[in-house]
Design a protein around this ligand. Structure first.
Ligand SMILES: NC(=O)c1ncn([C@@H]2O[C@H](COP(=O)(O)O)[C@@H](O)[C@H]2O)c1NC=O
Length: 510
């Protein structure tokens, strides 16, 4: 008796070649409407699914393969006499191979302005049902969900049949695929019904690449991207030069990208170990980069630089002067590319920075758990800053404080940023007490701290940070305010003639 293959695919890639090879291997082919037409047009004999089900495809294809003649043929255990007897009694033929790929739900919901009705029509029902049935029956049935596996499947059959291990691997792939598909549907409906934190949180990620190792060489790692990437993302970067990215590179590059996206003017951000070490904004990119570089010419060495304008030749020449791991930009001029690609290991990443939306959620794992929160979208846009001190900040101080505030949001807490004249001068990151972070920032800024501003990601529980700032020459402070002891800090500012504003918004980053 001929073996039977059921083919029902939305993505017709490689279909006719696969069908032809199966036919040559003496399989009887059975197909649904569009798939059958494609196979027939290639001159390959194929039977209609309606012949098998003795039922027409109905309701615009909503029901075509959902039939006992299909699912009996898939789910019967060949080793059970009772199952085989039932098939015989009901005149159902076994199905030995299934190739199915699903309605393009992901691509449909990614379309701008897609209607709910369109999204719903693209939820495949019959396809996943067949895939799951075939995968459950992997001991007897081979199931192919990805056209990239056609070749291997054909080769296996030609060599005398697919092994148990191969069939089990194909089944595992199917269950991951249908889980991924359903997770996308679940996510879509959670959004529709405005349930950001539902009773089960199902997210799905697709592999971008295996990584050589994780944070340290003894840790294994891989990079995955969201099935539907929202906004500007490193996961969609185009690498134009350099060796493969590492786990730490990706983390650092993402940190740099997040900071540079804060700015509309030409901006440059240098990052080390996920903290910005130098940030500059300017009239043009060169100017911005020079400022970022001068912010901390020591830490930037071996760092990651993100820029928010096309890298031109002049900026590239300056970037080339020091050892950098990665440069991220929306584009690179040919001149810049010619200059930078002479450094073989320097990774150049082209990232589309125009995508406005940001990921709705930030995820963090704890042992045995997952924390989910809104992305920190807090900004000073439209915020009336409260001046807490006797002295009002000058216009220049205000500008510098706005820059400091944008940067301090991205520095690990406790975080202090010292800035002046469109650039950072010192960054204190990740300290267990605030005054400690401030001291690090002042030490970095050195004499340049005179006349600078200080930004703090959270309020001051004591006036010690203000005192340290006064000693370093800081003239204005931006911080959330809200401590029971705010008055102590205000008094200290007034004593030293420092202007201080409250944002009433905290930017902890752990
Ligand atoms: N309703 C059904 O019984 C059904 N059976 C198979 N499909 C899907 O129909 C698509 C193929 O359709 P066609 O061969 O007409 O191009 C495949 O993506 C397959 O997963 C179905 N469609 C949706 O559920």
């Amino acid at each position: 008796m001929k073996k039977r293959a059921l083919l029902s695919v939305s993505n017709k890639l490689g279909l006719t070649e696969f069908a032809k090879q199966l036919h040559d291997l003496d399989y009887e082919l059975v197909s649904t409407g569009g798939t059958k037409r494609t196979i027939e047009e290639a001159g390959i004999p194929v039977r209609s699914i309606s012949e098998v089900t003795e039922f027409p495809e109905i309701m615009d294809g909503r029901v075509k393969t959902l039939h006992p003649s299909v699912h009996g043929g898939l789910l019967a255990k060949r080793s059970y006499e009772s199952h085989m007897k039932q098939l015989e009694e009901l005149d159902i033929k076994t199905i030995d191979l299934v190739a199915v790929n699903l309605y393009p739900f992901k691509e449909t919901i990614a379309k701008e302005g897609v209607s709910e009705a369109d999204a719903i029509e693209n939820i495949d029902i019959g396809g996943p049902t067949m895939l799951r049935a075939a995968a459950k029956s992997f001991e007897d049935v081979a199931v192919v969900v990805n056209p990239s596996d056609y070749e291997e499947v054909i080769a296996g059959i030609q060599e005398g049949g697919l092994s148990f291990e191969t069939r089990r691997k194909l089944a595992a792939k199917v269950f991951r695929h249908t889980a991924n598909y359903d997770a996308m549907i679940a996510g879509y409906f959670s959004e529709l019904t405005e349930e950001p934190y539902p009773e089960t949180y199902t997210v799905t990620y697709e592999k971008v690449q295996s990584l050589r190792y994780g944070e340290n060489p003894h840790q294994s790692a891989a990079f995955y991207k969201k099935a539907n990437v929202e906004g500007t993302s490193l996961a969609e970067a185009e690498q134009l030069n350099g060796k493969e990215l590492s786990y730490n590179n990706i983390q650092d590059a993402n940190a740099a990208l997040e900071v540079v996206l804060e700015f509309h003017q030409p901006a440059a951000v240098a990052v080390k170990h996920m903290n910005p070490c130098g940030v500059g904004v300017g009239e043009n990119l060169y100017d911005a980069y020079v400022k970022a570089y001068e912010g901390d010419p020591v830490s930037i060495f071996g760092g990651i630089v993100a820029l928010n304008r096309e890298v031109d030749g002049e900026t590239a020449a300056k970037l080339k002067e020091i050892f950098l791991e990665i440069i991220i930009a929306p584009s690179f001029s040919q001149e810049a590319l010619d200059l930078l690609t002479t450094k073989k290991n320097l990774r150049l990443l082209k990232v589309d920075m125009k995508k406005a939306d940001r990921p709705a959620h930030k995820l963090a794992t704890v042992n045995g758990g997952l924390l989910v929160q809104d992305t920190d979208e807090g900004s000073l846009d439209g915020v009336d800053l409260e001046v807490a001190t006797e002295r009002e900040p000058t216009e220049q101080e205000m500008e510098d404080m706005k820059l400091g505030w944008k940067v301090v949001k991205h520095v690990k807490s406790n975080a202090i940023v010292v800035a002046k004249g469109d650039r950072t001068l010192g960054v204190g990151a990740g300290q267990m007490n605030r005054v400690g972070a401030a001291k690090i920032a002042f030490e970095q800024a050195g004499e340049k701290a005179a006349g600078s501003i200080m930004a703090s990601d959270a309020f001051f529980p004591m006036p010690d940070t203000v005192e340290a700032a006064a000693e370093a020459g800081v003239t204005a402070i931006i911080q959330p305010g809200g401590s029971k002891r705010d008055q102590d800090s205000i008094d200290a500012c007034n004593k030293h003639g420092i202007a201080m504003v409250f944002t009433k918004m905290r930017h902890f980053k752990h």
